[in-house]
Structures are given as C-alpha cells and as structure tokens.
Design a protein around this ligand. Structure first.
Ligand SMILES: Nc1nc2c(ncn2[C@@H]2O[C@H](COP(=O)(O)OP(=O)(O)OP(=O)(O)O)[C@@H](O)[C@H]2O)c(=O)[nH]1
Ligand SMILES: [Mg+2]
Length: 612
C-alpha cells in the first residue's frame, strides 16, 4: 500500500490556512519554478477571491519524499462550519492553525472540539509570528487551556507545536528559533499523523463527503475509501439516506494530485477519490461493494439555527433582468443546494412560491443569494429568523458566544448596545495594548443586524466573531431596528428635486433617475414609523428659475446597501428583491391599504418562528 497521510487544516477565519497550503504546494514541487500561480490559489471561487475568505473546503495533494499527503483546506468562518464537520471525516489528523496575536477564537474552539470528538491527533501551528503584536508563548498557553477545557485526552494534549510565517513559507520549532523552510512541518505530519488503516481486501466502503460538478463527467462524488479497494469500471452499490440501495458503475476514478485530479485504475483504503457515474448520490451517503453491501453510518452535521424565506419575485419589475424567475426554477435550485450542503436545509411552505431555507448564519445565506443572482436567478428574500425549540412546554432559542476585540475607547458603546440586545458580558481581557477583548453570551437574535452597527460604532476597527453554543429559554423582546422606512408611494423615476426635499427626513437608498415602484423602500426614516413619500415629484415649470442647477449639488449621495447590509436592515414586513443586476428593498405588501391591515395584526414575537 502507498505511504499516505490525510490531514485537514483548520482554524478561525483569516489565521492563514490557505496561505500555508500555498507554501506547502510550492515547497513540495507542485508548481514549476517560474509558474504563474495566484496567491491563495485554493480560494478559486469568484466569491472567495472577492471576499478574501474560503467558503468551500477543498482537496489537494502533495508528495514529500515517498509519502503522499492529502490536504483539505477548510473555511474558518463560523457560518461554514458544516464544511469543516464533514471534511474531518476524510482525514486522520489536523493541523490547527492559531494566529500568534489573536490567539484561539470561537471557530478555533469549534473545529478543535469536532476534531477531538473524532479522536483526530492534532499538530498545532502558531502562525503569523512576524506580527508586531505577536505573543506566541502566551497564545500557546491559551491553546493548552482550550484543550483542557475541551476535555482532550492526555495524548491529544501532548501535541507537537510549530511556529510559522505562512506568508513567507517559513517555520521554526521554537518561538524564537531560526526560521527555515517548511521541512519541519512535512516531517511532523509524517511522524505524528498516522497513516490510514483499513483492509484493502475487505468489501468496499466509501463515505461521500463532497459532490463537485464537472462540465463533462457530470457530478463527481468525492470521498474517502474507508475499506476495500475501488477499481475503475467496477460495479458498486449506492447506499441512500433513506436506507435504500441501487446499483451503479464507476465510469471514471480519480485521485488528487497538486491542484488537480489524475485518473487511476484503482485506489485503496485511506485514499481520497473522485468518482464519476454515481448519479445523484449526495453528501453523507455511501458507496459500497461486495455481495452484501454495507453502508457507512450516515454523516450528520449540527442543526441550522436560523431560517430565511426565499420567494418568487412578485414585484412590478419582476423578470426584467433575471433568466430564472419561476417557482420551479427557485425550487430546483434551492433543493440542489441542500443536497450539496449539509448545513443547509430547504422546506416548502403552504405556498408553492415560497420556501424556507435553514442555515447557520447570515453570511452563509448571503453567499447563497449572491451565487444565485450570478447564475441568473431572480427572487426575494425575507429577514433571517432564529429557530426556536419547545423544551418541556417553554420556548428555547439559540444562544451565541460573541467575542469582541476593540479599541478601549469604543468599549462603552459596545457594552451598551449588546446590553439592549440581551447580551451578558462574561469575560473581559485587557492586553494593555489599548485594545480590549470582550466575551458576551446572548441570543442569536441579538446579533442579527448588529454587525454593520458594530463596525460603524468602532470606526471599522472592531473584530466581532461569534459561535452558536446552545439553546436556552427565550430571552424576551429584542428591538431590531428602531427606525422606519421611507416608502415610495407610486411608480416612476427618482428626481433630484424630490430627493432634495426628502433628504432631511433620513438617509436615501436611491439616486436620480432610478426607477422605483409603489411599496419600494427608498430610504430610512429617522422616525420610528414608515412614511409614504413621492420621490418622483417633478418641479413645477414656473419655479424653474428659482432653483439653479447648483442646488442639485446639495443632493446627499444615496447609501447603496450591500447585500449583507440589506439583510441586516430589513424587518419582518419587508423583503429584498434580488436580481442579477440590482438589489431593491421593498415592503412585503406593496399596496398601502393592505399594509395598514397587516400592520394591525403584527405580534411582538415576530422575529422568531415556532419550531417543533
Ligand atoms: N503577517 C502575516 N500575515 C499572514 C501570514 N499568513 C497569512 N497571512 C495573511 O492573513 C490573511 C488571511 O490569510 P488566509 O490564508 O486567507 O487565511 P485563511 O485561514 O485561509 O482564511 P479563511 O479560509 O477565510 O478562514 C491574508 O491576508 C494573508 O496574507 C503570516 O504568516 N504573517
Ligand atoms: Mg482559507
């Protein structure tokens, strides 16, 4: 059997995983000396490159000496925790990266707890020791504390440690030792991560942990050979989630090499493979062989904590620039997503035009929305709602641990704002550097819509991360947005004249000549109630000379909300209209009278949803 190691690289967001994988690829001779390779090459999706974050876990493989190392790069953002959970089932150990200044953060804790549960041995890499504010030794102690906190076994706590500057592809075994290339890291992996076990002669068992589209071959099932040997052209049994089994034939068999896949004729236990011909098989299901095919335990990941309504776009501008606009299109696309993404679930509603999408967080939802609009879909989405549970007759809701890093001067406003959102401060650390680290426990509800406010309050310098912890009794009302909206009362084009008159009322979201419709949100009202306005008003011809053209220079530039900002802004009676070209905010009920009737029926607990 080939000398093999399977390892996942895990960490909190931005601690340098993808950068370290870059360096490992270069130093294992995957690229030619003068090859032109993008930085963070594994972040290959458009949205990943734009946002500078990893969204999907990805496989790559390198060879060091005569050992092949399969490496899985994972996302660090909490919303994509589902990706990490399934990834861990492919590997025999982890590289836990921790930023030498930031130390362990919520997602470090989450991924480590999942790895420890599976009994995976860790290698700890303290990265970014080149940072001015690096405090490697202290951070190592925090990592030990975290292991103890998570009830790690004796063996797990005796992890080997490396210190690195991933960006330069360098590391050292001691905090102030001489930096060398990554040889110590490769050696550590080979020494400390066990080779996969498994009998090549036993009946075949493969756990499907990913499905990737391929233009020519159709969907490829990616997974790990847990037992037995898979051969190209072989007949196998697909073991479905509902317990049923069907036959299929392997039409192509690949293993990973560098950034790509190479065809092979067979692969043994421990290999991470891609298979064509396994039509329809989904994440968490398995592929088996032999006379009496035996499925592997189904893969499950943590439950979603929030939901968002996706509906057909029924605005007057519907169908103007989207390619896919019907409820059938929406339905197929959403159900496809749920099949490929274990941390997401889709449910139909009583209306064929509306679906509930369940997920882990606002960013995860925003990424799905952004992907869909790029693919040509047009639809509406509502405000995120948390999922409540009934425990012995009382309503429970999800709680988060929120970690905040901010300059001391903004601490007051942060504490005050989170207080009104039912946050309780449980820890405060002052590193004496002018920055403080605060920990809050609060309902997930309290964080919905907070990020934008937080960034404004801390002048863009604060860091906010959070992690779902547990369900607790309902905390009571939380005020989401205290301001009302400026709502267009008719269809037409926005005029500069109308904007000049309206801008004293609040921040406008639209600019001159934008087309609006009745019921569309054109701005934020500075008062707490909605105000219907005519933003298409033309100036009377007779006054033409009274206002010179320079008056239009007084128009305050509109605030064009980003998708994330829009998601945070809308209330339960509002929607975001998403099309490939534009984002518009609107009232759910466009008609003024209908809106008034519904407003009367609103209930206090409208930001939650009952969940059995
Ligand atoms: N100073 C310093 N910066 C680094 C180092 N390694 C990575 N970075 C920077 O840290 C940022 C984040 O790096 P990534 O590799 O994208 O981090 P990641 O852990 O893959 O992030 P996610 O996948 O989104 O969780 C980038 O701007 C890197 O250039 C390092 O050793 N030192
Ligand atoms: Mg990354």
């Amino acid at each position: 059997m080939m000398n093999l190691r399977n390892i996942a690289i895990v960490a909190h967001v931005d601690h340098g995983k993808t950068t370290l994988v870059d360096a490992m690829l270069w130093q294992s001779g995957t690229f030619r000396e003068n090859q032109d390779v993008a930085e963070r090459v594994l972040d290959s999706m458009d949205l990943e490159r734009e946002k500078g974050i990893t969204i999907m876990a990805k496989n790559t493989a390198i060879t060091y000496g005569d050992v092949k190392i399969n490496i899985v790069d994972t996302p660090g953002h909490a919303d994509f925790g589902g990706e990490v959970e399934r990834t861990l089932r492919m590997v025999d150990g982890i590289m836990l990266l921790v930023d030498a200044a930031e130390g362990p953060l919520p997602q470090t804790r989450f991924v480590l707890s999942k790895a420890l549960e599976l009994g995976l041995p860790p290698i700890v890499v303290i990265n970014k020791i080149d940072r001015q504010d690096a405090r490697a030794s202290e951070v190592l102690n925090e990592v030990y504390d975290l292991f103890i906190d998570l009830d790690a076994s004796e063996e797990q706590i005796e992890f080997p440690v490396l210190y690195s500057v991933a960006r330069e592809g360098k590391c050292t075994r001691t905090p102030d030792g001489q930096l060398t290339d990554l040889q110590p890291l490769f050696e550590m992996i080979i020494e400390h991560i066990p080779p996969p076990s498994g009998d090549p002669d036993r009946p075949l068992q493969i756990l499907v942990t990913n499905v990737e589209p391929d233009e020519y071959l159709g969907p490829l099932a990616i997974g790990r050979v847990v037992a037995g040997t898979i051969r190209n052209r072989q007949r196998v049994t697909l073991c479905w989630r509902d317990g049923s089994q069907t036959g299929a034939a392997v039409t192509e068999l690949f293993v990973y090499k560098g950034l790509g896949r190479v065809p092979v004729s067979s692969a043994g236990p421990g290999e991470i493979i891609a298979l064509a011909g396994m039509s329809g098989i989904g994440l968490g299901e398995s592929i088996a062989g032999g006379e009496a095919p035996k499925p592997l335990p189904m893969l499950n990941v943590d439950e979603p904590t929030l939901s968002m309504e996706f509906s057909v776009n029924d605005s007057p501008f519907s169908g103007k620039d989207g390619q896919y606009v019907t409820s059938r299109h929406l339905r197929e696309r959403l159900f496809k997503e749920a099949r490929h993404n274990l941390a997401m679930r889709v449910e139909p509603t009583e209306s064929p035009d509306r679906f509930l999408v369940y997920g882990r967080g606002e960013l995860q939802m925003a990424i799905l929305i952004e992907q869909m609009r790029r693919e040509g879909y047009e639809f509406s989405v509502g405000m995120p709602r948390v999922l409540t549970r009934s425990v012995h007759g009382t309503t429970h809701e999800p709680y988060e641990l929120a970690l905040i890093d901010t300059a001391e001067e903004y601490m007051g406003i942060v504490v005050q704002k989170l207080g009104t959102r039912r946050g309780v401060m449980v820890k405060m650390v002052n590193h004496g550097s002018g920055r403080v680290r605060l920990e809050f426990e609060l309902p997930s509800r309290g964080l919905i819509g907070y990020r934008t406010e937080f960034l404004t309050d801390t002048k863009g310098t604060g860091i906010l991360t959070h992690l779902f912890t547990e369900y607790r009794p309902w905390a009571g009302d939380i005020v989401h947005r205290t301001t009302g909206a400026l709502v267009a009362d008719r269809h037409g084009r926005v005029t500069g004249y109308a904007m000049l008159n309206l801008q004293a009322r609040g921040q406008l979201f639209v600019g001159p000549t934008d087309e609006v419709y009745g019921g569309m949100l054109v701005g934020e009202n500075s008062r707490d109630s909605d105000l219907d306005v005519n933003i298409t008003k033309e100036k009377k011809q007779t006054n033409m000379r009274a206002v010179g053209s320079d008056a239009y220079e007084k128009i305050v530039p509109p605030l064009r909300l980003s998708l994330e900002q829009a998601i945070e802004f809308i209330r339960h009676d509002e929607l975001i209209e998403v099309t490939p070209q534009t984002l518009r905010l609107r009232k759910r009920h466009l008609d003024q009278n209908e809106r008034k009737q519904h407003a009367a029926r609103q209930t206090a607990g409208a930001d939650a949803e009952a969940h059995a």
